[in-house]
Ligand binder design. Sequence first.
Ligand SMILES: *Cc1c(COP(=O)(O)O)cnc(C)c1O
Length: 481
Amino acid sequence: MANPFLPGAHPVKLLGTTFIVALLLLGNWGCASKTPTENHARPLQFTPGSGSIDGGDWVFIEVDEPAAAIGSALMTCRFGQHAASPGDYDATSGRYLCRTPAHSRPESVNLTITLNGAEFPMAERYVYTTRANNASPIAGIDLVTIQQQAKRVRELIPRDVAFAAVLKNGEPVGLLADAMAQATEVDYFCVPNLQDGIALREAGVTAPIMVLYLTEPSYAPVLLHYGLEPAAYSLEWVEEANRLLQRAGGTLPVHLWIDTGLGREGVMPDDALALARAVKQSPKLRLQGIATHFCCNEQEDLAAITEGDLQNPTALQKSRFDATIAAIHAEGIGLDAIIHAGASDVLLDGTTPVYYDMLRIGTLLFENASPEHRNYSWKTRILQVKTLPAGWCVEYDCDVTVEEDTPVGLVAHIPYDEVSYRVRGQRVKILADHEYVIVLDLSDLPDVRAGEEVDIILPDPDSPLDVPTWVPVTVRKDADP
Ligand SMILES: *Cc1c(COP(=O)(O)O)cnc(C)c1O
């Protein structure tokens, strides 16, 4: 059979076919209530483009469909690999609505919409974020860059010293830990609280996990269940943990934390031996580690330690720590316990006498390769531009006025006044910061329009990644824009 669309087909025939198709279409228009032309419906766009991994958010989908068929299409939405969810028409907004399913990771997923059985993969991906203030701009974390840094850190640490990765730089802790563990050998993870420890386990982390700081002894069964190792910081703590674990099948590894001069968590050196004995005597606790934390790491620490200069705070803390450990060891207690004290500065300064068995590295892990090559991108857009005439107030009580006509750009919902803002790569001045509304001075960039992108930079260009918990975070992979 001749194909009328092939080159060489008779032009008259071609015209005729088009005419018949047009007639058929017109016919359908005429009796839309019986045979609606739903097959021509297609989705145009959806909003909002992001939401929490908890799911349950409405996504509003604009559909291009013939006037007579509005709202009558059968729609489903498929987010990533999840089962398709039905879409319903909402006359108020004139959009079809789908609810997002919960998703395990804060990442972007494909959205496929079906309309009357026809599939439409949407060009934009739907972005799942951590639970946070979803009015605020999303920070995208570059896992590959973070993995490279974890490798670099591991290589800086001598092979016979263990590497503990300290995760207190924001969500998603589980994913970050899992990514690091996949990139390099991480001997331990340290988290600031029990919840983060559980998040690591749920992300599939199998390495030992230490919960830093003060964990209430009432959590002992939970800690044991998840394989999390708390700090033992007082006799009362040991007594209570013991009591709660009486019927437990396993033993809870604990780290005897000693305050050698930071004045924060941990037992005082003079009380450490009694605490070590109590742990030793407990049938349900095991002395897994002996630890302290330094107050005042400096480059000259190595020299001071070598010279025995106890005016140096690190040397002094070290001497207290060593004496305490010696006393504990002298009773045959904790001979196989992991001794750990140093953090990023100790490694950066090469203060080798305080490397002990393990280094706990936080900040250095989240450092950027350079101010230009950051492990995160945090962007928002200018929502409004205008020019404030000379003398115009920009603060309550007219605390600030502009001296000359000043073009400004407004951004919204960034309750963190330590950040800086860059437009077209150039740092711009903040005229007013009311958290919900931030007024940027665009004097140097007067042609900036609403909708232009703004980079939000953590306190300094070379600040390590450390995002406040209200920031919605998503993980970027190679494929993502
Ligand atoms: C934060 C912290 C670390 C890691 O310190 P960085 O300087 O970020 O490497 C290690 N141990 C304890 C107890 C900490 O609080």
